[in-house]
Write a protein that binds this ligand. Sequence first.
Ligand code: GLA
Length: 411
Amino acid sequence: MLLKTVLLLVLVAQVLMLDNGLLRTPPMGWLAWERFRCNTNCKEDPKNCISERLFLEMADRLAQDGWRDLGYIYLNMDDCWIGGRDASGRLVPDPKRFPHGIAFLADYAHSLGLKLGIYGDMGNLTCMGYPGTTLDKVVLDAQTFADWKVDMLKLDGCFSTPEERAEGYPKMAAALNATGRPIAYSCSWPAYEGGLPPRVNYSLLAEICNLWRNYDDIQDSWGSVLSILDWFVEHQNILQPVAGPGHWNDPDMLLIGNFGLSLDQAQAQMALWTVLAAPLFMSTDLRTITPQNMDILQNPLIIRINQDRLGIQGRRIRKEKSHIEVFVKPLSNEASAIVFFSRRTDMPYRYHTSLARLNFSKSLTYEAQDVYTGDVISGLRVDTFFTVVINPSGVVMWYLYPIKNLEISQP
Ligand code: GLA
């Protein structure tokens, strides 16, 4: 009897768990929503409306402008692509805006070495009022996405009850698994339950989803970045431990390249999202992005830090009276990323500190590389005092690593 129960439990766990082996590091790519929203006016705005043209053009940019080779491989659709359901109940895209269908887009993405993400909603309607995935449609929609060779699904949660979501999100995980196609699964579930236990069960989420939106939608403003950051920091004791390879918290898209952030704020969002081990989904017009914004998003060292194989979410470790905050993300090979962040609104601030004050205790010699300037600071011991100059609403970000066996490695 006991054996039978154990076997049954193992079986149930296998069916429910999203055991797809995907996203061992945070996903990187492009997601349509923040910049292109639900613009369906292709008549007057053919370049920017939600249509296959937009995704084909972004695919080209991802492949040709260096993005893909740095890891930005997901080309993700969001709301407003659905035209309805056909006679057999299968989802179909809007025929005017996606005349060649989604399988065509997926093939195109794959031909360029990219992956295609799609959007659905666990509920009666998507947030913008398009057909949703009701409980009876979960299996069919998962199969449709797999048939189209889609690689990722963002499942939103508008127009559903908590009970429907509690049944539907795990059901979709199982349905995606059952298709046999590896499909990364982004769940908006916690964002609809207030983002915190007891209403949100993060151990369950980590088993069934690869990433999840915890909190509000990002908007194109610095205030929005701050409100999201504040919430993530306030609840870091809950959120930090639940992230790891294959299962990530998602503070939402990067605004870099759009209208709401200064360059310092853009650098700050990139640095803060990186130490939070957040998915790096750009949502900007890659056809017109400026070189400066590209430099921020394509910084190879920052990407390496975000993609560190340990996948440890960083934490805010200091909040000074001077309105300077310090975040640390532990990395492989005893390295760390440190973000010195200024919430000041006056002028560049000279912040004096030492590694000891930042909770480093090992008697090692460290070197730091400034991620944005490339400057190298060497000979740092835990008790060495140093100064970083941080711009208002900006950051200084360091990649810090111990210099090992100095004596031996010197010629
Ligand atoms: C919700 C989501 C957003 C976006 C829109 C689309 O608000 O949180 O990220 O997908 O729906 O309607």
